[in-house]
Design a protein around this ligand. Structure first.
Ligand code: NCD
Ligand code: ZN
Length: 347
């Protein structure tokens, strides 16, 4: 809800339904940024080695909880990494330790996905268990075939993988993560209640020109890659539609700046320091600030079957400059929009 002057925005505290925090000193550097705005976040398991067992997920959860700043109430929600060899029993153990989802990375699709799934049929026993236990399957929806154009990989995934998968597992809850295309938005919109989707701030704010504006801009490079303007517009329409299938997932993906500003730069935008502000900017630009709360604070919790948060955050209309660079363990990290002015600020 907005105040009459539109200078204050009070929201039920949001959750982040797609987040990377890494591990060790890097994790300690980034978790506080998320914990100050979000109550909960789904923590992606693409560590090296990946988080593949309930026991590893439990240990990782302990390490994350240990770096949440005193006074913040933040709960990491754990996701296990699905492999060709995930046993059905692991799904049962995952549910017992409180994990909420498994993550499907097609092998080679993105950062640390080498251990991912090579053939969906190999995972069918695990998928049956995920469906039966009522856990969610979070999906990185891109094919990995080198013959498929990098800008077409999401659409190809829908046709070649997702449609057959849903035919075989009609009651498997699936989140199509970080959707980037008109086709994905339409697919989710037309699906039944077992399908949801997350949308990142960068895909709402930018099209692929951002990657090449005045030279290669590695901090705008993420996977799935930014697409044409027509796709950005479709994502904005989905996000502001009030359709509860679409919800917030930043995909904040921190990498040390020297690994992004590199001959083979890593994929991932670090948005955690200003995530809710970026979403506010995108929703305001679309004239739909009143739709932000459902997207950010209600629909994801509803999809996952978790209670909505009851406390609130306040954003104020106030110019501030995102830090250009921040400490990241031994290294430094450059947030998206670093050095630039934002007009909303979390109080
Ligand atoms: C993510 C990362 O760095 O872990 N990168 C990205 O570009 N989004 C992985 C992912 O979510 O694809
Ligand atoms: Zn991600």
């Amino acid at each position: 809800m907005t105040s009459s002057a539109q200078n204050t925005l009070v929201l039920t505290r949001p959750d982040d339904w797609h987040l990377h925090v890494r591990d060790g000193a890097a994790m300690a550097a980034v978790v506080p940024a998320t914990a100050r705005q979000f109550a909960r976040a789904i923590v992606m398991p693409n560590l090296r080695p990946p988080v593949m067992t309930a026991e590893q997920a439990s240990g990782y959860r302990d390490r994350i909880r240990a770096v949440v700043p005193a006074g913040a109430r933040f709960e990491p929600l754990m996701v296990l990494y699905l492999t060709d060899n995930t046993p059905a029993d692991e799904v049962v153990r995952a549910k017992a330790m409180g994990a909420v989802a498994f993550k499907l990375y097609p092998a080679g699709a993105t950062t640390n996905s080498d251990a991912g799934v090579t053939d969906l049929r190999k995972t069918y026993k695990a998928l049956e268990a995920i469906q039966r236990e009522g856990l969610v399957l979070c999906v990185h929806g891109e094919v990995t075939d080198g013959d498929v154009d990098v800008f077409d990989r999401e659409k190809a995934f829908i046709d070649d993988k997702l449609i057959p998968l849903r035919r075989d597992f009609p009651e498997l809850k699936i989140v199509f993560e970080h959707i980037t295309t008109q086709e994905a938005a339409q697919y989710v919109n037309e699906s039944d209640r077992f399908v949801g989707a997350t949308i990142t701030p960068q895909h709402l704010l930018y099209n692929r020109n951002a990657i090449f504006m005045g030279g290669v801009r590695p901090h705008y490079y993420c996977l799935p890659i930014l697409k044409r303007e027509v796709h950005r517009l479709a994502l904005v329409q989905a996000a502001i539609s009030g359709d509860a299938k679409f919800f917030l997932g930043t995909d904040s993906a921190p990498h040390a700046s020297q690994l992004k500003e590199n001959a083979s730069g890593c994929a991932g935008c670090y948005t955690a320091p200003c995530a809710i502000e970026l979403y506010a900017e995108a929703f305001e630009a679309a004239g739909a600030l009143d739709k932000l709360e459902g997207f950010a604070s209600f629909y994801g919790a509803d999809f996952y079957g978790l209670p909505r948060n009851t406390d609130q955050i306040t954003l104020v209309r106030e110019d501030w400059t995102v830090p250009e660079s921040l400490p990241f363990g031994e290294a430094e990290i450059k947030p998206l929009r670093g050095g630039e002015v934002l007009h909303w600020r979390l109080r």
